[in-house]
Structures are given as structure tokens and as C-alpha cells.
Design a protein around this ligand. Sequence first.
Ligand code: NDP
Length: 244
Amino acid sequence: MKRIALVTGANKGLGFETARQLGAKGITVLMASRSQEKGKAAVEKLKAEGLDVEQVQLEATNQADIQALKAYIDSNYGKLDILVNNAGIMHKDEPLGTNTAESISNETMDLTFDVNFFSVVHLTQALLPLLKKSEAGRIVNLSSILGSNTVQSDATSPYYTVKPFAYDASKAALNSFTVHLAASLQDTNVKVNSAHPGWVKTDLGTEGAPMEVVDGAKTSVSLSLSEETGFSGKFIHLGEEVAW
Ligand code: NDP
């Protein structure tokens, strides 16, 4: 039976490339986007490459969208094999220097946590019954090395001075979700891991990033495949463990 994957934020950047690479493995990919128009354009591109992809609607912070998507996957497929929690934001309206633990605005903090953390918890909880119906369910949480407290507390690390606080804290919280969920699911077939994709050229990563999306998507794709990933509760970048 064909594997079914759901990738959130799949209309561009790492989500789009992850959908492409999973589709190229013969997996049916549900490409979630919050904009119907952008989502349709992205799906058409991958369909033109001969991939089995489908457009689904998801504003990640909207509970009704989450429930509707769950019902749709249940009635059409009856299971979910792969969930890639990819959608994310780094608030750029505030310059990096002002997005600190001392000065962050409530608005930026709330919005960043809504998208990068709460929505991931809500969507994952909603879809867990379907993931448990898979022979080998895989959940990938798109984290970042910026969410590593080990790295952030090391004054010799190159990341020590890069401190978009809301983003970093939301990814640290997401890592905590990975660890807790992996422990909860230890007696099941569902494995959950955090991915650091690398610093990748996307709208979020900016043009100055050194990695292309084709390489940036590799970590998420590998963690999505049961033939490559049998472990759970790890934080991984290109096959190597990242310190939490
Ligand atoms: P992009 O900005 O290119 O893409 C982000 C995606 O998330 C878009 O599809 C966007 O939709 C979607 N999205 C944002 N907010 C919501 C929302 N409320 N509901 C639904 N979808 C939403 O970013 P990347 O591809 O670079 O990032 C993907 C993931 O990888 C993120 O979680 C990011 O934190 C992580 N990451 C990226 C790194 C990098 O260097 N690029 C480094 C480390 C981690 P829309 O187009 O409508 O805005």
C-alpha cells in the first residue's frame, strides 16, 4: 500500500522541496498551504514532474482547518504514514537586535509560538490516531540549531550573537515536544524526531544562506523514511546528532 505524507508549508522553500523529494520516492504527498492560490501553483509544478501530490488547505493556527484536514485524510486514506511539521516563521519586522529576551514584543512572541509551537502540537495530536494506523509512522519537526540551548549558551559558538529570541525559544519548545512525544510513543510504531535542515536559501533563510533547498530538505526526507530512520527522540542534521 502506498505511503501517504503530509507536509505543512509546502507551497515554497523547504516544504516544497521536501514534498518533491518524498514524491520522487513514490509517496503520495498532501501539500498543505494556507493560501489556495499559492498551494495550487506549487502542486501543479510537482504534478508536471509526474509526482503524486495533492493540494490541501491549512492555516496552521486554525483549529477548524486542522479538524477538517484530519477528517479529509481519514475518509480518503484511513491512515497517515509521514507528518512533516515544516511550516514556520521568523518574525523579520523587528530587526534581530531588538528581538531579544529583554525587548521582544508580546505580539511577536505570541505569533511565533502560535505558528512554530502550538500549531505543531495541535496538528500532531489531531493526526496521531491516523499515524498509529501506519505500519511505520514518522513525524518530523522542523527545528533549528538556533533552538539548541547547548549552542545558545556557548559564548564561543558562532550562533552566540545571533539571537532572534522568539524564534529560538519556539524551536527549543518544539524540541521539548519531540522529546516528550517520543517517550509517550515508545511502545508504538510511530517515531518522532527534530530536524535542523542547515542554513538554507529560502525566504526565511535569506539569499545569503550557503545551502540550496535540495540539500536542506535531505534531513527531513531521511527522517521521514522508515527504511532510513528507526530511532526516535533525536535532533538530527544530515545524519549527525545535534546537541539539544
Ligand atoms: P519559508 O519562509 O520559505 O517557508 C515557510 C512556509 O511556512 C511557507 O509555506 C509559509 O506559507 C508557511 N507558513 C508560515 N506561517 C504559516 C501558517 N500560519 N500556517 C500555515 N503555513 C504557514 O521558510 P523555510 O522553507 O526556510 O522554512 C521551513 C522550516 O524550516 C521552518 O520551520 C523553519 O523554521 C525551518 N528552518 C529553516 C532554516 C533555513 O535556513 N531556511 C534553518 C532552520 C530551520 P506562506 O508562503 O503562505 O507564507
